[in-house]
Design a protein around this ligand. Structure first.
Ligand code: ZN
Length: 238
């Protein structure tokens, strides 16, 4: 049995409400790292997720590679999405208790990384409580220090594409991989994870109900999804 926080990237889409209904039936609170342009295109679906108890978080406005942007472009990507999230929470009549961010592609900004981290601290972004994560590589890469939320297991289901040669079976194999090239072993007894899966129509078209299938599969294999917990770094540590 392992434990995991569930994080979903790239929301919102037309399947978001279905995903959310499925998760609330299972009693799972997900963190949705949402893209501004996606929320603009699927506002009602994002609102639905929020009202059903999901935590909506920042995944930039237009999903760029941050290391290819100037510092001010990076900050504007973050701020534009913060504005949208603020409006969304207001529209839902829900208090926004946590400010979380995950960079698209996990790209922390290259040369601007430190500046961006300082910005996140100054603007009081919250950290996911990763004190329970024990993987050596997680600490070796300094992920336990950064403000943004990284992950310890990526389903890689987004790689299932027309002509990619990557299949649903490959994803299932990855779930059982005892020596993964990146991330931690999902089913390691006693492990704690930050699991990453995507909210993608492209995947849905090739594998209908991929989301429900994969989440049910890992739960049946011994993964327990737990309530997300957070840490707010104090202003003193800036
Ligand atoms: Zn993404």
């Amino acid at each position: 049995m392992s434990k995991a926080y569930l994080t979903i990237d790239d929301s919102s889409t037309i399947i978001t409400p279905r995903i959310i209904d499925f998760l609330s039936e299972k009693g799972i609170t997900p963190i949705l790292f949402a893209v501004g342009q996606q929320i603009e295109a699927h506002w009602d679906q994002a609102l639905y997720a929020l009202k059903k108890g999901a935590i909506l978080a920042n995944h930039s406005y237009s999903h760029p590679h941050f290391s290819e942007l100037t510092l001010s472009e990076c900050l504007s990507e973050i701020e534009k999405q913060e504005d949208i999230l603020t409006r969304l929470y207001q529209a839902a009549g829900i208090e926004r208790r946590y400010k979380l961010i995950r960079f698209p592609y996990g790209d922390k900004g290259g040369d601007n990384k430190e500046e961006i981290q300082r910005y996140l601290k100054k603007h009081q972004f919250d950290r996911i409580d990763d004190s329970v994560i024990r993987f050596d590589w997680y600490k070796e890469n300094g992920l336990d220090k950064d403000i943004d939320v990284y992950w310890t297991f990526d389903f890689t289901e987004y790689m299932i594409r027309e002509n990619s040669g990557y299949t649903y079976e490959d994803v299932i194999q990855r779930i059982h991989d005892k020596n993964p090239s990146t991330g931690g072993v999902l089913l390691e007894e006693g492990a704690h994870h930050i699991v990453l899966i995507h909210d993608h129509m492209e995947t849905e078209k090739i594998v209908p109900n991929y989301f429900e299938k994969l989440i049910s599969y890992v739960m049946a294999s011994g993964v327990e999804f737990i309530e997300p917990r957070f840490i707010t770094p104090t202003r003193d540590s800036i």
